[in-house]
Design a protein around this ligand. Sequence first.
Ligand code: GLC
Length: 713
Amino acid sequence: MNRIDDLLAAMTLEEKLGQLTMVSAHLTPLGPCLDRTSLAEIEAGRAGSVLNLWGVERTRDAQRRAVEGSRLGIPLLFGFDVLHGHRTIFPIPLAEAAAFDPALWEATARTAAEEAVSEGVALTFAPMLDVSRDPRWGRIAESPGEDPWLAAQFARAKVHGFQGAQGAPGAHRFGATAKHFVAYGAVTAGRDYAAIDISDRTLYDVYLPPFQAAVEAGVNAIMPAFVNLAGIPMSANRRLLQECVRRRWGFDGVIVSDYQAVAELVVQGVAADLAEAAALALHAGIDIDMVGGAYLAGMPEALARGLVDIELVDTAVRRVLSLKQRLALFDAPYVPEVNANRSPGTQARTLAREAARRSLVLLSNPAAVLPLSTSVTRIAVIGPHGDARDQMLGPWSGAGRARDTVSVLDGLRAALPHCDVGFMRGVDLDGDGLDDIRAARNACRHAQVIVLCVGEGVDMAGEGASRACPGLPGRQPALAEAVLDLGKPVIVLLFCGRPLSVTRLIERAAAVLVAWFPGSEAGHAIADVLVGRHNPSARLPVSWPRDVGQVPVFYAALPSGRPADPRNRYTSQYLDLPVEPLYCFGHGLSYTRFCYSHLRVRHTELRAGDALVADVAVRNDGPRDGEETVLLFTHDLVATLARPVLELKAMARVRLAAGEQRTVTLSVGVDALGFRDGDWRPLLEPGEFEVLVGPRADRAACLRTTVRVVAGS
Ligand code: GLC
C-alpha cells in the first residue's frame, strides 16, 4: 500500500473532511495571521489547507501544528492569490496581456512562483482565464482580455511559468489554479456574481478554450466560478465539471471551490441546507471547500441521508493528498528558514520594469509630443495618481507593498534629473473632498508639458468592483478640463483596470498612454516610455468602447444579415454613435511606423492536418527601432454556422531597426480553423477562408488573401 492508501485507511470521517476543508487567515496590520480557532482545527485534523497565509515564520508555525500536532501529521497546503507577482508586483493580467508575449508571461509567473514558494505558498489561485468583454465588470482587470485564442496562449504560458517542470529535480514546488471556470466574464449587465445565460455555442467558442489549454498544460487545480450558468451554479455543475473537464479533457487534478461558494448553493436556491449543498458540490467534483465549512458541517448528514457515499469522499481526499504529494509537501513540509526576510532580487525588479514597459499602450499621440523632447526643462505632474505608490499595484497585489513601489513622480525625476518636475494632486481620486484645481492650474503656469495622471483607484477594479459608468471618478473630470483649458500640451496617463469611458478626454489630450496598474516599477517604466528609452509596443487585448452604451463590443462578432451602414437606417447600427469601438482589439501606437506588404500563403489548398503558413513583409518606415506584433486572423466565409467576422489564430513579434524590412512567417494548424460541433467535437468543414494579416482587428489595416480547405475532418 502506498502512503495515500495507508492514510486513507487510517483516517476518520472527520479527518477526511478536514482534508477537504480550507480555512483562511486574515490580514492584520502585522500581516496575515490565523486565529486560535483555525489553529485548533488544524491540530484536530479538521483543516487540510490554508488560504491567505504567507511568510516563513507564520507558515512554519501553522505547518508545525499539522505535521507535529495532529494525529496523522498530514502537511498543510498554503494557497494564495499570486496573480501578477508575490513581493515584486508585475502589471495586472489585462495589462500584461497587452504585451502579446507568452515568453514574458511565463517569465513573470516563474519569478512570482519563486518568491511565493520562498514564503511558504504552495498553490496560487491563478491564472484567471475568464474571457472578458464587458468593462463594467471589475474583474476584467484580472483577465487576459476579450479573445479566446490569446487567453489560451496566456493560459499555457502562465501554467508553465507557475508550475515549472513539476517533478523535475529542483523544480520549485508550486501549483497553479485555472479560474473561474467558466464564463464568469459574461455576468448579466457586467455585475459581479450575477447569473450568466449564454448558448453552448458561445461556451464552446469563447469561454472554454483557455481552460482546456490550461488542462492540456497540466494545471494542478481548477476553481469554479461563483455564478450560475443557465440556472445551474458552477459549484454544482456536474455536466461541465465532471463530463467536460474530468471525463472529456482528462483532468485529474483538484477542484477547489471559490470562497464560501459551496455554502452559497443554499443562497442560490438549489440546496435546502448544507447537507444538500455538500452533496451537490461533491457530486460535481469539488474536492476542497474554500472557507464556509460546508463539507465539515454538511457531509456527515449527506452521508446519513444517502445523498453521497463514502467512496466519493475518499476519491476527493485521494486527489487532495496526491496534490500535496506532487508539491512535495510530505517530503519537505517546511519552507527553509534561510528564506526568512529575503527581499526580492534586482532581477525581479528588472523583469517588473520590462513587463510594465511592455504593457503600456500608447492610444494616441497625434502631434508626436511623445517621446518628450530632451529640451524640456519644466514638467508639471498633476492628478491623484501622480505620486501615489499605493495606486500602482492593482486590486490583487499579493504580498506587494506600496513602500516598495516607484511612483510616476519618482520615475520622472529619476529619468530627467536636470528637469524641474513639479507635482500637484489637484483633487482626490474619488469623492468631493480635496478641490485644489486652482492650485493645480497655477502649478502648470511655467510648465512646458503637463503629465495628467488620472483614472480609477485600485479598489475600483477587481472583485466586487463593477461600475455602471466607468469614467473618471469624483472631481477628476473637472481637474482634467481645467488643465486642458490651459492650452498647453497635456499627456494623459490613464490608470485603470478596464477600458474607461473617457472619449472627450482622449480627444482633447496631446497624447494618451494607458498605464493600467503597472506594478512595483510603475514610475520607471512609464518614464522609460515618456522619454523614449522604450518605444511603446503594447496593444489593446480588449476593445475600447466610445461609450458604455456600446457594451458588449468586441471584434469577433457574428455577422448580421444587415451589417452596419450609416447610410441605411435599416442596418445593425445606432442612431447616436458609430458601432465601432473608439479603439479596436490590437490597437497600440509606436514612436515609429510599420508597413506590411507581400502577403502570401504557401499553399492555397489545404486538408485537415495541414498547416496554413503565411509570409508577410514588414518594414520599419519610421525614425526609431521598434517592435511590431503581427496578427493573423481568419474568417470562415461559408459554414453550417455563421462564424465570427474575424478570429485571431496566430501572432508573431518582430524587432526592426529604423528602415529595416523582414519577412515574418505565421503558421496555424488547419484544424484550428474549424469549430466544435454540438458534442464539443472538433469539426473542420471544407470551404473558403479569408486570411488577414495586420497590426489589429481592423480589416482596413490588414492585408488579405484566401485559402480553400478541400478536405475537412
Ligand atoms: C475570491 C475570488 C477568487 C479568489 C478567492 C481566494 O472571492 O473570487 O478569485 O481566488 O476568493 O481569495
